[in-house]
Design a protein around this ligand. Sequence first.
Ligand code: ME8
Length: 518
Amino acid sequence: MTAPTRPPFYITTAIAYPNGVPHVGHAYEYISSDALARFKRLDGFDVFFMTGTDEHGLKMQQTAAKEGIPVRELAARNSDTFEAMDKVLGVSYDRFIRTTDEDHEAACKVIWERMVEAGDIYLDTYAGWYSVRDEAYHTEAETEVLEDGTRVSVLTGTPVVWTEESTYFFRLSEYQDKLLDLYESHPEFIAPDTRRNEIVSFVKGGLKDLSISRTTFDWGVPVPGHPEHVMYVWVDALANYLTGVGYPNTDGEAFGKFWPADLHIIGKDITRFHTVYWPAFLMSAGLELPKRVFVHGFLYNKGEKMSKSVGNVVDPLEMVEQYGLDALRFFLLREISYGQDGSYSHESIVTRMNADLANELGNLAQRSLTMVAKNCEAQVPTPGELTDDDRGLLARADALLEIVRADFDRQAMHLALESIWAVLAETNRYFSQQEPWVLRKTDPARMATVLYVTLEVVRIVGILVQPVMPDSAAKILDLLGQDPAARDFASLPVRIAAGNPLPAPSPVFPRYVEPETA
Ligand code: ME8
């Protein structure tokens, strides 16, 4: 018998500009995408998960000039910092792509040539307000002049400068109807719906052709046959999703298997690039379109925008140091409705750690495992006949996979966690009501059943929270004596084996205690 083939699943994050070091917003994007990737792997998919850095463009060139170092050096240094952060955050990427990677240039050139062949690229002059921060042109109407005389983009608040140059244009205007058809026939292409509605009305408002090359600087991919132009950084950046699966080798195994991408995860400020420009480029080049772009919200520090001048930019690694990685991952995914803006504060993180992790899950595991260690010869006890309460609780735990899978499939990790924690609350109530510590003397056989049922729920929860808290879930499953090969979702229906020897219990989620202030 041949092993069943695992369906492919290609998921990407945005690739960050390495013009500075990563902030919590970046960490949020990587952690959430990682949870989605891990979920799919545990659910039997052959996952290709890509993240990386977007290293070209004027912003990078200017930052390097300010720091007085070659731009390639700046890119390499900060890209390494991003990659190192990913490792600390447990981001299980399959490839960390850099747009300065050799294979990427080839991919950019070929997609460009395909767009030329389609008759969608022409040379003209461009004059407009360019925002280096956004790496985007804005029309006059999209800008305003502030009291101090600086002109900024109304949309993003970033300064713009008047720029005139000879540039290649992409006939985006030709794609208005095709894009509207796409949004109509594939309403799942942009999520959440609020973002989809914004984009539909933006596109209905009419599309102008897009300037896609620059001649005023050279830090980019040269335009094929016209090396005095470099490609607009967004053409180059978006093409990374193709490079990752072996483009231009469309006959290759990776491309055949993983293209079109299943899911692009991005933040709200780059929706237009991913849901208007990107599908238009792909249509022009005759390539299939990604199945879905999910737009997450922005993360704010106590509701305030993170900014260097306010001094509230928090290093994600310090947060890992302070709270522990899994607590941070859990907090971000449980607290914030994925797709909406969210806020974090020390207090809200500590509340989640103590209430949800230490009390609801940690304490339940610790209490039940300690009783088993003391009273059941450190083995999974043998259950007697199940009561309605036992069966009811197990049925709720068994039903979780389907609920959680549906939530992960619409990128609602917060709802998945809410459902899991509702079952934990129920289990804690069950444990208190059954009073196994009383049964120990009055009815040890019944105690064994109650402990068995509790351990079984903890096992199911342990398996289901692996995508969110990989290390802590592994510890729980170790304490339950679970074979590493029996931790995927296919193992969920196989009940914990009575008689299984268990190691000595130890707490998995300690309460957060404020450090003593001197
Ligand atoms: O946009 N909260 O790079 P980038 C949550 N190179 N997410 C945030 C955030 C915040 N406060 N700030 C930024 C770029 N992000 C391009 C992408 S993709 C082909 C090219 C998100 O470093 C942002 O929305 O400015 C984006 O998804 C990612 O971080 C990288 O942002």
